[in-house]
Every structure is written in C-alpha cells, then in structure tokens.
Design a protein around this ligand. Structure first.
Ligand code: COA
Length: 383
C-alpha cells in the first residue's frame, strides 16, 4: 500500500523509521498539540512503528502513513486516518511534520493525497479534522486540504494548561483540491495572515501619554482585583452591562474569555498597564462573525485612571494594530446614547461619529439606542 502524489511518497511505517520518529517527536509543538507521550522516549517510537501502526492497518481502524520525499525517500512527516468507522464510512485525519521539513506545506499536501485515496479506495464518505483551539498551523493545513472548519467542540480530555475546547471540521468526497493548486487559505490570504498573528504568543503594544508609557499586554491573574474594582464602579454599572453585583468569578470568566478568544482568533483583548505594570484599563478588539474585515471595540478604564487620556492612547494603538497587522477595513465603537466620556475617548482616538443606531444594544433587560462611530483603514495618516 503506497500513494505517490505531489512529490511525496506515503507508505506504511517500517521498523527502521524509529530513529527519525524519535527525533521528530522531540519537537515542542508536536508534544504540545498531539497526543504523543511526554517525554517521548525511544520505546515510544519503537512501539509505534513496530506495533501500533501495523496493528491499525491489520484491524482496519487506522491507516498511518510515513510521509517521505518521493525522490530521496527521506522521512518528512506522518499523516493518516484514525478512528475509522466502516459502518459510517468516516475517519479522522491526523498529521505532524518533522521539524526539518517545515515550510513546504507538507501536512496539507499529504492530507490531500490521503483523502483522495481514502475516498476512492476505502470508499469513505467523510473525513473529520479536530484540533485544540489555538493550533493555527493545523487549522491552516486542514483548510488548505479542503476541510470546512465548522465549529467548536468541548474536549473530552483537555491537555493540562491547554484550552478546554477544540475546532472541528469535515471534508467530503469531491472537495479535495487538486495537487499543486493553491486551494483555500493559501499564503498571503487573510486566513494565513490571521493564523500568523493568533498562532503566536499574545503581542504587546505601546502607547505614550506625555511622560507616561503604557503597555498593552495579555490580561492575567494579577489584574483580577483591579478588574473587580473597575467593574463595581457606579459609572461602569451605569453605562455597560457588566454583571451587577460583580463577583471575582465574573472577572475570572472574563479572563477565560480573553484567552479563548485569542486562541480562536475571534478577538484581541489587552490589559493596559502603567509603568508599575498595574492595570489601568482594558481594551478589546472583536472581529465580526460574518465579516472578517470588520471589528468593534469595547473598553473599561479603572476609576483612578480616568480623565488622563490613557484610554484614547491605548485605543489608538489598538486600532492601528488592527489595521496594519490584522488587515481590518473598519473598526466600530458603540455606546449607550449619553455616554459622553466614552464618546470623547473614542473621538480622541480617531473614531468619527456616524449617528444613532436604534435599539442597537442590549442593556440589562431592555434594548437601548446607541451612538455609533467608526475609524477606517483609509483614515490612517499614511494611507
Ligand atoms: C500542523 C503542522 C503539521 C503543519 O506543518 P506543515 O504543513 O509542514 O506547515 P508549514 O511549515 O509548511 O507551514 C504552513 C503554514 O502554516 C504557518 N504556520 C506554521 N506554524 C505556525 C504557527 N505556529 N502558527 C500559525 N501559523 C503557522 C506557516 O507560516 C505557513 O503559512 P504560509 O504558507 O502562509 O507562510 C505542523 O505545524 C506540526 O507538525 N505541528 C505539530 C503537530 C500538530 O499540531 N498536528 C496536528 C494536530 S491536530
């Protein structure tokens, strides 16, 4: 059993592959994102190539292929189906690329080959892809192999310190892009650009207000007390829908939202810290679900830090990053009609008032009208 496609040779594993498997599976991201044992020892590699892989082929539950260079035979990665259900005619794809073979789109190319073979030869009717939320390299490979990423699923066994949720997608016969064609989500596309941002650690941004240097960074546990104080402030309660009464558990849930939304690339939320690294505000940029070029902002400032221009400066840094790094076209601000302080902060950061949106905000148990302002990529000074 072997497949040759797009310069790759996919063949069953051999005992002599054990050393290469051992070497490849030391890669921190393979250990981070797959279920390989940690630490990965020689007996694991040996057991995989001599026992688990051949057993999968024999009992028909998996088709693990070694992915090799078709010319030289060098081992480059692993790709195959697991959890094959012959009644449903469905299977799940899994892959890793050896660190020495990165940068060649190997997983997408190998997955296309395996999928084509599985639809033709095994007569499967569906292939599933699953990954932990935040594994953008895997998501990009799946999209490039033609998968439709359809949603999220809570994980049965989350990795320690990892996300509690995963992405899930599927591929049907007839949807596999031809070998050598770019297919969806290729280099330079918005998907690839966003993966390059959200697949990396949370960045830091900087803003200056007179002599004060502000740092926009990921929120974490040390910000919880200040977030509780800010959210219990009467002005915050009056103008936003923060829970009232606001408990510490609400702040912790908000922190979890920060982390999950970064991992899945739906929002970039920053704590704004002063020179002592103390929380003075938070600013959130949330990408619209139906329009990837549109986002909106949400923010809170600590009561003691209001009226100093901190929020406007942080918002300016955030919107500039949204246009230049995320490639957004338009960023909106909305607030309950009458929230003059929020409007002034937004306008100082470059948002232009556009009008009143009727019944645009759910405020506690009723709808209220909102002021709407926006800043667009064409407003940037060097546009
Ligand atoms: C997922 C994986 C197999 C992809 O490997 P690959 O196909 O060789 O990927 P490449 O190195 O060719 O990179 C493909 C694209 O992903 C991007 N990419 C790579 N690592 C990334 C990361 N950590 N975050 C975001 N994007 C990343 C690359 O920049 C490239 O995009 P571009 O073509 O637009 O420049 C590989 O990253 C891997 O082995 N990861 C660990 C194991 C794993 O996660 N398996 C899947 C479990 S569900």
């Amino acid at each position: 059993m072997q497949i040759t496609e797009d310069g790759l040779l996919l063949r069953p594993w051999r005992p002599t592959d054990a050393d290469d498997v051992l070497r490849a599976c030391q890669a921190p991201d393979i250990q981070r994102w797959t279920a390989v044992p940690r630490p990965y020892l020689p007996e694991h590699a040996h057991g995989f190539v001599t026992d688990r892989a051949p057993r999968g082929w024999k009992d028909g539950t998996s088709t693990p292929f070694a992915v090799c260079d078709a010319g030289s035979g060098e081992l480059l990665g692993s790709c195959g189906l697991v959890s094959i259900d012959h009644t449903l005619r469905s299977g799940e794809i899994g892959y890793w690329t050896a660190p020495w073979a990165r940068g060649r789109n190997l997983a997408a190319r190998a997955t296309r080959a395996v999928a084509r073979w599985a639809f033709d030869r095994l007569e499967l009717r569906r292939i599933i892809w699953q990954a932990e939320l935040g594994n953008h390299a895997s998501r990009l490979a799946a999209l490039r192999a033609g998968f439709r990423v359809e949603g999220r699923l809570r994980l049965a066994a989350p990795a320690p310190g990892g996300s509690a949720e995963g992405w899930i997608g599927s591929l049907l016969p007839g949807e596999v892009p031809e070998p050598g064609t770019p297919g969806p989500a290729g280099p330079g596309t918005l998907e690839a650009r966003r993966a390059a941002v959200f697949g990396r650690p949370h960045p830091e941004l900087f803003a200056t207000v007179g002599p004060v240097e502000l740092r926009l960074r990921a929120m974490d546990e040390r910000d919880m007390d200040a977030l509780v104080t800010t959210s219990r402030d009467p002005e915050t309660i009056r103008w936003t829908s923060v829970p009232d009464p606001y408990e510490r558990s609400h702040a912790e849930a908000y922190l979890a939202y920060h982390r999950t939304s970064w991992a899945d690339g739906s929002a970039a939320c920053f704590a704004v810290a002063d020179a002592d690294d103390a929380y003075v505000a938070n600013v959130d940029l949330r990408i619209a679900r139906m329009d990837p070029l549109l986002a909106d902002v949400g923010f809170l400032a600590a009561p003691h830090a209001r009226g100093r221009g901190y929020l406007s400066a942080a918002l300016g840094a955030l919107t500039t990053w949204g246009f230049t790094t995320l490639g957004l076209a338009r960023i909106e601000w909305r607030a309950n009609v009458g929230n003059v302080a929020s409007r002034r902060a937004a306008e100082k950061a470059g948002f232009r008032y556009e009008g009143v949106s009727r019944a645009a905000i759910q405020y506690r148990d009723h709808r209220v009208d909102a002021w709407l302002a926006a800043v667009t990529a064409t407003d940037l000074p060097d546009h």
